[in-house]
Write a protein that binds this ligand. Structure first.
Ligand code: AMP
Length: 317
């Protein structure tokens, strides 16, 4: 599989790297990290990163404008993206000669011509790193290490989550060895704006916790608007509810547009991706997302999450 990916990287002169909508540090870090690795190994090739630029993550890297025609002769590599509707692209990627999917979510939609998916790995950035161990021209520089380290730190929540392994730490150490400022990256991922701090205060004041240990907050449109968040900032508050010791699983529901609710689902041990899929979304057993279109659906999802804690067979670990 990895050999096949490397053969295709060698074969194509134009490579466009894409990632998922609402990107997080792992999406941007894997995308820009892979681009830097390929540009350094093959200066003659055209390597692009495309998608919407998210100012809160531009400390990791920024995107490029790629014309629709460019896709026609290109190899497209998607990183960190489980299903094709979530690719941050208007559909131009379908014109590509070949699509390679590199991901660490459950492989619910193997949309690539080649699909390299390993859901036991902490972050997509870790997978990108391992490409450099397999193909001689691909090497880690200080520049690519910065992006990949940001991805690993982001998806493990600073080495907190269960997928963090010896391998993760070993790769993080090798990236650190390039001389990147690991403290700067950690601080970037930890810092928040005053708007996010105020939203966290609101959440702690208003969240509900059921007897089963399910925590939830619903932030309606008029409330959300008062916080005046930048795109992507809402993601910062998602881990907060899980820090409460008797919370086992939780959701953050936010209504950005009237009756369009984004739901971030999280869990400490019961698998929640089945519920996310039931409501049209998806993700990992312990971190998933979905969009729902009414408060009735929000309440149905809340009921399912609460019930999940009562059924032992749902335990993920
Ligand atoms: P989020 O809550 O948006 O941080 O997403 C948590 C995880 O679920 C990420 O790994 C996403 O890739 C995945 N995810 C989020 N939203 C969706 C969706 N609508 N469909 C499929 N997967 C999603």
């Amino acid at each position: 599989m990895v050999d096949e990916i490397l053969k295709n990287i060698e074969k194509y002169d134009t490579i466009i790297i894409l990632r998922h909508q609402n990107p997080d540090p792992d999406a941007i870090g894997s995308q820009t990290g892979l681009a830097i690795i390929l540009r350094e190994a093959y200066p003659q090739k055209k390597i692009y990163v495309a998608g919407i630029d998210l100012p809160v993550l531009d400390w990791i890297g920024s995107m490029q404008n790629v014309s629709p025609e460019t896709y026609q002769n290109a190899l497209v590599i998607t990183v960190d993206t489980a299903n094709s509707p979530r690719i941050d692209n208007n559909g131009d990627y379908k014109k590509a000669l070949k699509i390679i999917k590199i991901d660490h979510h459950p492989n619910v939609d193997p949309f690539g011509d080649i699909n390299w998916v390993d859901e036991n790995i902490s972050s997509c950035a870790e997978m990108i790193y391992s490409l450099t161990e397999k193909l001689a021209p691909l090497n880690i520089s200080k520049k690519s290490a910065y992006s990949l380290y940001a991805g690993i730190v982001g998806d493990t929540n600073r080495f907190l989550y269960a997928e963090t392994s010896y391998r993760t730490l070993n790769i993080a150490a090798k990236l650190a060895k390039t001389g990147i400022n690991i403290s700067e990256i950690g601080l970037h991922e930890d810092e928040m704006s005053i708007q996010v701090a105020r939203l966290e205060a609101y959440i702690l004041d208003n969240l509900k916790i059921t007897n089963s240990g399910f925590g939830y907050i619903i932030i309606r449109k008029n409330t959300l608007e008062k916080f005046n968040l930048d795109d992507g900032e809402l993601d910062h508050v998602v881990p907060l509810i899980g820090r409460i010791n008797n919370v086992n699983n939780w959701i953050v529901v936010s209504e950005k547009h009237q009756n369009q609710f984004r739901v971030n689902l999280r869990s400490k041990n019961v698998s929640i991706n089945g519920i996310a899929e039931k409501f049209g979304g998806g993700g990992h057993p312990l971190a998933s997302g979905a969009y729902v279109g009414s408060m009735d659906e929000v309440y149905a999802l809340i009921k399912d999450m609460d019930n999940l804690n009562k059924q032992k067979e749902n335990t993920y670990r």
